[in-house]
Ligand binder design. Sequence first.
Ligand code: GLC
Ligand code: MG
Length: 617
Amino acid sequence: MRHLVIALTACVLAVGGAEDLEWWQRTVLYQVYPRSFKDSDGDGMGDLQGIIEKMDHIKDAGADAFWMSPIFTSPGVDSGYDISNYTEIDPMFGTMEDFEDLIYKANELDLKVLLDLVPNHVSNESEWFVKSVQRIEPYTNYFVWADPKYDENGTRLPPNNWLSYFGGSAWEWREERQQYYLHQFVVQQPDLNYRYKPVAEEIKGVMRFWLDKGVHGFRVDAVSCLYEDRRLRDEPPSGQNGTAPDQEGSLSHVYTHNQPGNYELIHQWREVVDEYTRQDGVARILITEGDSGLNYTFKYYGPKTRPGAHLNFNLFLFQVLYKDADAFAYNETINTWLEHKPDHCWPNWLVGNHDNARVATRAGQALVDAVNAVLLWLPGTAITYNGEEIGMNNTHVSWNQTVDPPGRRAGPQNYSSFSRDPERTPFQWDNSTSAGFSSSNDTWLPVNSNYKQLNLQQQQEASESHYKVYKQLVAERKSKTLQKGKTIAEAVTKEVFALVRELDGEDTYILAVNLGNETTRTDLTASIPSLPTSAAVVVASVGSGFIRGEILNTTEISIPSKGFVGLKGSPMKSHSASFSSSPSSSESWKALFFFFKRWDSAPTVTRCADGHACTES
Ligand code: GLC
Ligand code: MG
C-alpha cells in the first residue's frame, strides 16, 4: 500500500545552484580493488605497477577519480583492512616508489587518487598494539582495554555482550595484560581508543603523510564504529528473526554504532583535508563509510556550519538489486533518500563494492545496463566498483579457496552466505591466461570461468556491450542537466520506472526502465505530463533495438523486458510540483551498514536490516 501512495507523488528535487561544481561532485568515482585489478609480476596478486599499467582504463571508462582499498603493510587477515603500518606500502603491492609513480601517472591522466583510511582498528601485529599489550607508553591506552567480569563460579567473562561484525564476542583476552581488548571486526583487528586523544592526532599525521604525497583525499572505513559507550553497557536484543545469538545482527547496536563522538572526529579530520584544499584551491575530500540508514547517514556529513564528510556512502540502491524488484521499489527507495537529504548534503549512489554481491548476480545479467543507467543519471556523485562497468558476475569460490574471514568462520557448509570472496575475484581484461589479470594460472582468488566471453576487450570490440552503454551514460553526465538538474523519479506503472532530469532552458534527460518480464508499451506523460512529447535516443541497453538519434514519442514507448532507453528532449514545460519534503517516519528506517550479502530474494527489502542479511520481514 505504502508503495502505491509514494508512487503517485512526483518528487522534484533540486541539486546544487548555479555555482560551478567541484571535481568530486561531477565525477564518477571508480573503486579499484588492488588485489584483483592487475598483477604485473606474475605472482597471482594484483599490485601497484599493475594499477599503473591499467590506469588508462579508468580514464577510458570516464571516471575522473578512483579510490583504492588498502595497500598498506598488513598481515592480510581481512584482505588488508588489518593494517600494521599506515604509512608503508605492503611489499606485496610494491614500494613507495611505485606509489609515487602511480600518483605521477594519475596526474598525467588528470585522475584524482583517494586512499582507504582505516581509522577504527589496526592489525594486532602493529607496533602500537604490541606495545599496548605490554603497557609501553605512549601506547598503553591506544586500544579499548577492559577488565573481565566473573560469574558466580569465578569463571572469567568478557566485560559485556558486544559482538564482532564477523561473529562471536567482540572481546579477546590477553593474558599478558590481564585484560580484554575490543575488536568490532576480527580478533586480529583491535579497535583504537578515541577517548584517548593522541589517537585522533596519530590519524591526522597519517592523513598529512599521504596528502603530502599527492592524494586528493580518503575513503574512510567503518566510521560508525569509531566510538563505543564509555560505560560499556550491554546492547539490547535486536529482535531480528533468524539471526544466531553469536551473530551481530542479534543485537541492536545502540552502544557500538553511531556514537556522538564519531561525528566530531570526522569534523576534526575534515579540518585536515581543508587545510590542503585552502593551499591551492583544489578540493581534498573525505568519503565516509558510515551507517547509511536514514537515521544516521546525513549526520556523517555534519551540519552545514560544522562539516564532516563530503560524502557518506549511500547504499540505498542495494535495496533494489534483487531479481523481481519493481518500479515501485525503485521509486520509493530513490525518493526516500532524496526527500530526507538536507540541502547541504551532496548526493551519491553506488551499486557495488568489495563487500557485496555483484549487480549481475543479485539483479540478473539482463538488468546490468539499466542499473548502471539509474546509477549514472541520478543526481550527484556516482561510484562504480571495478568490473561493474562490464557486468562481471560473482565467481564460485570453493571452500578451500575461501580466504574472507566471515566465510572461513561460517565453515564449509555455510561459507557461501557470508564470504565476500565471490565479488573480489580478478578483473576480466581479455580472453588470455587468467583473463589478462596475471601471467600465472594460480591467482589469489580464482578467475571467473566466464572470462572468455565476458571481458573488457570483447566488450570494446563488440558492436554493442555493457561497457559501451556504460561509457555513453557517463559521457552524457557532462551535460549541465545531468550535473545540476532537478530530479523526477516516478513509477509510471508497476513495470516502468522513469527518471527525469531537467534544468531551465536545457535539454531534458529521460530514462525509462522496464523492470517487468515482458516487453511493455508505456505512456510516460501519463505520470509526468510536463515531459516533451518527443525525444531522441542517446543510449539504450544492449539488445534493446533502439537506434541512437532515433526520435521517440514519449506517449508511446515500447521497451523490452529488463531493458532501458535514455532520451534527450527539449526543456520541460513548466511543471506544477515543486517538491517540499515531509520526511515520513524515519524511525522505521533501520541501519544500513556495510553489507547486504544476500541477493536471492528480498521481498521486504525496503526495510532492510543492518548487517549481513537482507531478509528481515
Ligand atoms: C569495511 C570494509 C570491509 C572491512 C571492514 C573492516 O566495511 O569495507 O571490507 O572488512 O570495514 O575494516
Ligand atoms: Mg571503535
